[in-house]
Write a protein that binds this ligand. Structure first.
Ligand SMILES: CC(C)(COP(=O)(O)OP(=O)(O)OC[C@H]1O[C@@H](n2cnc3c(N)ncnc32)[C@H](O)[C@@H]1OP(=O)(O)O)[C@@H](O)C(=O)NCCC(=O)NCCSC(=O)/C=C/CCCCCCCCCCCCC(=O)O
Length: 725
């Protein structure tokens, strides 16, 4: 049953029942029409309460129905209008969540009672659409335009206490929201309902409101770079000011359809489901996320309190896991302790504002220099800098100090997990947990499985990721894993573009207009150019180990760009030194400006090496960089390092600033058309045979030969090569 009805004296309780989240599928909508109609007609019923089964009101429209004919049957807004027009008072009892269409349904009710743990919101913008069942018209009429705009454009999940302050709900209760709603329903029988019908409320407009909306448009254009849904949300809210409710609804609907035609909702909804699929890992042995049991992590330790370590400590503490934090000397421990404590204070402040008690919601953090204190922890995360010998030394110690069943994780961003595991007596308990900086904010976690990593270790690390609020993706062990491995060819192309006549700001602008949070050169300046330089020096690509007579722009017979090396040799490490691809106001400064030094340097460099200049073409910048990424993605699939294209896209969407409205690099390649991607790469590679990273991957050729099937079919089309994890 999609909805049930029972009678509590004279109050009919209609319960939405569609596990796991009570999405308002076509069958639920049909059931609601039936149950509500019968309750309205039943002379014994004087009031109606609407709630959801499983202590969840509703997560909104069934996203899987978009793009199918099911969404067109029984419009949710028609149900909302019927509820609002009811002569009997209707109360929504909100437990768990009332999101999207779920909140729109609740807004059509005359009263809303929420449980203190509940969250409400209109997150449609995050899946590329707008609240199109009256949400953009009713919410501004309830809480005013500025507050409604913030809720709708940011799409955040609002805690019940804040919803009460905003006026979204009428009452918040500690105990049983359903009982409280039934009580309220009884109390208001016979009260006039006119003022409770939000569609009848008028919003008075003035020039301040117009200025406010115009400013919101400009802000959203900058903040959401290329995403159409936030702008459509603002236009719909603007309509609530100028138009009648019914005209506003029509506008909402038109905006929904024009958004749908951009292709962005489809990409964002693909990204939504891909994130959920990432947690459902499978293993070549047949083991899966639902067959393997994760061990509980009651206590953890973090080794190293640099930027990464600090963020990991905070993440663990926020998940209520007590942490032991270790540094190698007293001075570094003190610096790390100060930084962690100040971050913890900020978290405590946020919790207080949400009405929660920090001491019961944050795990304790204990600082020490003594490895001996790790003997009882369930899991350790090593987060020292990228140096194999140092990591091995730490893992040797951990192997002898920690209890035999403790899991040993390395936060390496690309070193060989098997080599690290090899120095321990328990390689089956060793696993990579690659966090992204700042680790307490970034959602991505690459879980790297070594040759000998046990299924329990995989299940535990994946489960820990979920507990930390991250999107954990299981990947295989190869140099740089998935995300960073794909960056190689991408940054290589960015560098070649500079050699061929572009400037860092032009390449960055093209990639940022494409939607990236940051272009490649800004990103390198932020991360620190010295990181890559150190690794290239170790590999003998630059510095003293390069054999005499090696051409400046060639290594091992392939094209090589020494530009970043030259910058580092001049002490330009990026933001940290105040100079990199850009110049900054001071070392550690954040605002980069184009640097005349870089321009002059590039001009001289091109002249010295007599490099043919390309005519300016921003489209070419995007194509070369984005296709280079996707091509490496296909190789990663061939190698079985990622088990499906969706996982690669989740990594790029959540760890590398790829615009979600383009789905991810693999989805993008699929939407551009694999034959076109192949053709572009083939042409480039033919003209540049010394750039092997642009040689089209075998898997790309195979899929293109099949005509470029939809991405969800890639797994079946390519058969065994993928899913070797
Ligand atoms: C917070 C959550 C709800 C829960 O989080 P969590 O507990 O961590 O669990 P998850 O793993 O995330 O989810 C559990 C499973 O539930 C699935 N799920 C979640 N939400 C939905 C949903 N809304 N629909 C379907 N399925 C959902 C999830 O995938 C998991 O299942 P599985 O493991 O993958 O099998 C969290 O899930 C969350 O945040 N959910 C999303 C909330 C959300 O975004 N809600 C808004 C939805 S959109 C909406 O409500 C829109 C309303 C207006 C509709 C108006 C339509 C007008 C239509 C006009 C005509 C249309 C024509 C169409 C175009 C055409 O075809 O031409």
């Amino acid at each position: 049953m999609a909805a049930t009805r029972r009678l509590a004296n004279t109050v009919a309780v209609i319960t939405i029942s569609h596990p796991p989240v009570n999405a308002l599928s076509s069958s639920v909508r049909h059931a609601l029409v039936k149950e509500f109609g019968e309750a309205s007609r039943d002379p014994k019923v004087e009031a109606i309460v609407l709630n959801g089964s499983g202590r969840k009101f509703s997560a909104g429209a069934d996203i899987r129905e978009f793009g199918t004919s099911a969404i067109k049957t029984v419009s949710l807004e028609d149900i909302n209008s019927t509820i609002e027009a009811s002569q009997k008072p209707v109360v929504a009892a909100i437990e768990g969540i009332a999101l999207g269409g779920g909140l729109e349904l609740a807004l059509a009710c005359h009263y809303r009672v929420a449980d203190i743990q509940a969250k409400v919101g209109l997150p449609e913008v995050l899946i590329g659409i707008l609240p199109a069942a009256g949400g953009t018209q009713r919410l501004p009429r309830l809480i005013g335009v500025p507050a409604a705009l913030d809720v709708i454009v940011r799409g955040r999940h609002i805690p019940a206490s804040e919803a009460l302050k905003l006026g979204i709900v009428d009452e918040v209760v500690q105990g049983n929201a359903l009982d409280a709603a039934i009580q309220l329903a009884r109390k208001v029988i016979g009260y006039p309902l006119n003022k409770k019908r939000l569609s009848t409320v008028r919003i008075s407009s003035d020039s301040n409101l117009e200025d406010f909306l115009d400013t919101a448009v400009e802000k959203a254009k900058k903040q959401f770079r290329g995403a159409k849904a936030p702008l459509a949300c603002i236009e719909a809210v603007r309509a609530s000011v100028h138009l009648s409710y019914h005209q506003g609804l029509e506008k909402e609907r038109q905006l929904f359809f024009s958004l749908w035609a951009t292709g962005q909702p489809q990409a964002q909804q693909y990204a939504f489901f891909s994130e959920r699929e990432a947690g459902k890992w499978t293993h070549s042995s047949g083991a899966r996320w639902d067959t393997e049991e994760a061990k509980p992590i009651r206590t953890a330790a973090v080794i190293g309190l640099g930027t990464m370590g600090r963020g990991i400590v905070i993440s663990l503490s926020k998940a209520k896991i007590p942490v032991i934090a270790i540094e190698q000397d007293a001075q570094q421990l003190e610096v790390g302790k100060k930084a962690v404590n100040s971050l913890l204070e900020r978290e405590a402040e946020k919790l207080k504002q949400q009405g929660s008690v920090p001491s019961s919601n944050l795990g304790s953090v204990h600082f020490t220099l003594d490895f001996g204190e790790l003997q009882d922890v369930d899991l350790v995360i090593e987060a020292v800098y990228e140096n194999m010998e140092l990591k091995k030394e730490i893992f040797r110690k951990l192997s002898s100090v920690c209890k035999p069943d403790a899991f040993l994780c390395t936060n390496t961003s690309g070193l060989n997990v098997d080599e690290i595991a090899s120095v321990t007596h328990r390689p089956n308990q060793v696993i990579g947990t690659h966090f992204f900086s700042p680790a307490n904010i970034m959602r991505l976690l690459e879980v790297v499985r070594g040759q000998q990593t046990s299924l329990t270790a995989i299940a535990t690390a994946m489960n820990l990721g979920k507990k930390l609020g991250k999107v954990a993706v299981l990947v295989g062990n190869c140099p740089l894993f998935v995300g960073n491995r794909m960056l190689g060819p991408y940054l290589e192309q960015a560098s070649y573009l500079l050699e061929e006549g572009y400037y860092p700001e032009e390449v960055d602008q093209a990639m940022e207009e494409f939607g990236f949070a940051m272009g490649p050169f800004r990103m390198m300046d932020l991360a620190g150019l010295d990181v890559g330089w150190r690794s290239r020096t170790e590999k003998g690509l630059t510095g003293a180990k390069v054999p005499q007579g090696t051409p400046a722009r060639q290594r091992l017979g392939s094209r090589y760009s020494p530009l970043a090396d030259i910058l580092c040799e001049s002490g330009r490490f990026g933001q940290k030194t105040g100079r990199g691809w850009y110049q900054y106001e001071k070392p550690g400064g954040r605002t980069g400006k184009p640097d005349p030094w870089v321009k002059d340097f590039l001009q001289k460099y091109r002249k010295t090496h007599q490099i043919k200049q390309q005519p300016s073409n921003p489209e070419q910048i995007v194509e070369r960089c984005a296709f280079a990424l996707a091509n490496e993605g296909f190789r990663i699939l061939e190698d079985g390092i990622a088990s499906c294209p969706e996982d690669i896209d989740v990594i790029y969407n959540n760890g590398y600033g790829w615009p979600k409205y383009r789905g991810g690099p693999m989805y993008y390649a699929s939407s551009v058309g694999l034959p076109k991607v192949l053709d572009t790469l083939e042409k480039y590679y033919k003209a540049n045979p010394d750039v092997p990273s642009m040689k089209p991957a075998f898997l790309l050729k195979k899929l293109a030969a099949l005509g470029g099937p939809p991405i969800k079919e890639w797994r079946t089309q390519v058969g065994k090569p993928v899913n070797k994890l």
